[in-house]
Design a protein around this ligand. Structure first.
Ligand code: TMP
Length: 214
């Protein structure tokens, strides 16, 4: 595969979606062929799974059912969109990937699933494939949750299933992402998301430019 696969990760309201769009525009200006995508919901079938996963009652699915559905979404996403784009030499930017499953379904749920089981699901759905770079946007969940609820105010479709969980849940989530980054420092870079959009974008661009020499 000739392209590059860059993933953005982080808790609720950390600014991933804004930052990934800004990076997309920046790389477009550099004449790169780029695909901007997301999980869950990067494909038509994925959009149906997304609705099940992010809307409604917190208790309607447990961590195991969520992990299976997120990996099903991921498999479809990889096969239909990510791998074909990479094979054509495109850069693929994904708003979330498998670190989200480890952070949400393992760390935030307080380790109710085993890491070995999640690793096994990863191997089954994804194989040896990994992102070339993962940017983890780190933010105090109190700030992030306030942003998420504000954003949802005017929206008809409320994607607030995870936002309604307790603050400690979100704090475990944040620590989970930091542990993932610590375990894989070559792949993961943690960026401070508690700064202006412009300052964070500058950090993103610096990280990507240094990593890929562009
Ligand atoms: P987003 O709206 O931030 O893109 O993500 C949708 C929600 O799904 C968000 O609360 C994080 C959650 N999620 C998981 O719990 N596990 C996963 O593997 C992924 C990709 C997302």
């Amino acid at each position: 595969m000739k392209g590059r696969f860059i993933t953005f990760e982080g808790g609720e309201g950390c600014g991933k979606s804004t930052q990934i769009k800004l990076l997309y525009e920046y790389l477009k200006r550099k004449d790169k062929d780029i695909v901007l995508t997301k999980e869950p919901g990067g494909t038509d079938i994925g959009l149906e799974l997304r609705r099940i996963l992010v809307e409604g009652e917190v208790s309607k699915l447990d961590a195991s059912a969520e992990a299976l559905l997120f990996f099903a979404d991921r498999r479809i996403h990889l096969v239909q969109k990510v791998w074909p784009a990479l094979a054509q030499g495109c850069w693929v930017l994904s708003d979330r990937f498998a670190d989200s499953t480890m952070a949400y379904q393992y760390y935030a749920y307080h380790e109710r699933l085993s890491k070995t089981d999640l690793d096994m699901l990863y191997r089954f759905a994804v194989g040896d494939f990994k992102p070339d770079l993962t940017l983890i946007l780190d933010l105090d969940p109190q700030i992030g949750l306030a942003r998420s609820f504000k954003k949802a105010e005017g929206m008809a479709q409320k994607e607030l299933r995870n936002e309604s969980r307790a603050l400690e849940w979100h704090q475990r989530l944040r620590q989970g992402f930091l542990q993932i980054a610590q375990a894989e420092p070559q792949r993961c870079v943690v960026l401070d998301a508690n700064q202006s959009i412009e300052a964070l974008h500058a950090d993103v661009v610096r990280t990507v430019s240094e990593r890929f020499k562009i």
